[in-house]
Design a protein around this ligand. Sequence first.
Ligand SMILES: NC(=O)c1ccc[n+]([C@@H]2O[C@H](COP(=O)([O-])OP(=O)(O)OC[C@H]3O[C@@H](n4cnc5c(N)ncnc54)[C@H](OP(=O)(O)O)[C@@H]3O)[C@@H](O)[C@H]2O)c1
Length: 277
Amino acid sequence: MKKWWFDYKTVILSGASSGIGKDLTIRLIKDHGCKVIGIARTESKLAALKEELGNKADNFSYYTFDVSEKEKWFELAETLKKENIQPDILINNAGILPKFDRFANYTLEEVDKAMEINFFSSVYSMKALMPVIMKSESSAIINVASSAALCSLAGTSVYSASKAALKSFTDAVREEHRGEMYVGLVCPGFTKTDIFRNQSESSSKSEKAMNMVSTDCDKMVDLIIDGMYHKKEDMVFGMDAHMMDVGNKALGTTCSKVASKVMEISGLEIFKEVFRR
Ligand SMILES: NC(=O)c1ccc[n+]([C@@H]2O[C@H](COP(=O)([O-])OP(=O)(O)OC[C@H]3O[C@@H](n4cnc5c(N)ncnc54)[C@H](OP(=O)(O)O)[C@@H]3O)[C@@H](O)[C@H]2O)c1
């Protein structure tokens, strides 16, 4: 039978309460016997996930806190130490997608919030937990960025910046610890999760169009699990993500220009504010 290097490991995973993080938690526990320590803000969703895990529920424990509160990560590191728990893998997956909009329309509070949750939370978790993780013989950190880190589109200034920061940060830390631990970066394209819940009254036309370009969540999780197995460093997953990656490398800003134009002429409700002059 195929052996996976992360079988039976202890994983700290942020954003475990829904979408990619929830499905990853289920897969790591059910298929790989991992113990997952999940983090998110919504206790009811984490409790429901524990219940859903049935006879594997003991493999899932959770902490409810906002990942952008840096002291919580240090408290978690202390708690693990007190309880004699040795985590092997940290997966920074929690994230938010601010409403598609022009930069001029965002408040500075919205900008700070996105940077705190999508970027600084990983800086805090890594500062607090890397020394502990690195004691494991299978130490690994996997950060979930986005295809938005590879090519910026109109309406995503803040989201793209937060994810590009996470990408650059991850790439540098990987080189600093090459040979000591596995550092992976996932750049998913559009994936069918609830992350679009905050977008403006999206019409069924918008939803249909987004669904057409989006990867199913369980397929995305398959790709991430396989990428982890092969210790892939750059995990660009989803057809749209590949197009943005290749397009940006080949065409530079022309890729942003063409993709943004496509968004504009699509006339979709969710991009309405972005192109309102
Ligand atoms: N879906 C996509 O199309 C897509 C594409 C590219 C990249 N991504 C990235 O993939 C990751 C997972 O996204 P998803 O699509 O699975 O979204 P999702 O279904 O909205 O899940 C986001 C998770 O992050 C948690 N979270 C958000 N803010 C938090 C905070 N301040 N503190 C603690 N937990 C927080 C949420 O839990 P609570 O709300 O309970 O706190 C939830 O568990 C994100 O980093 C996202 O940027 C997604």
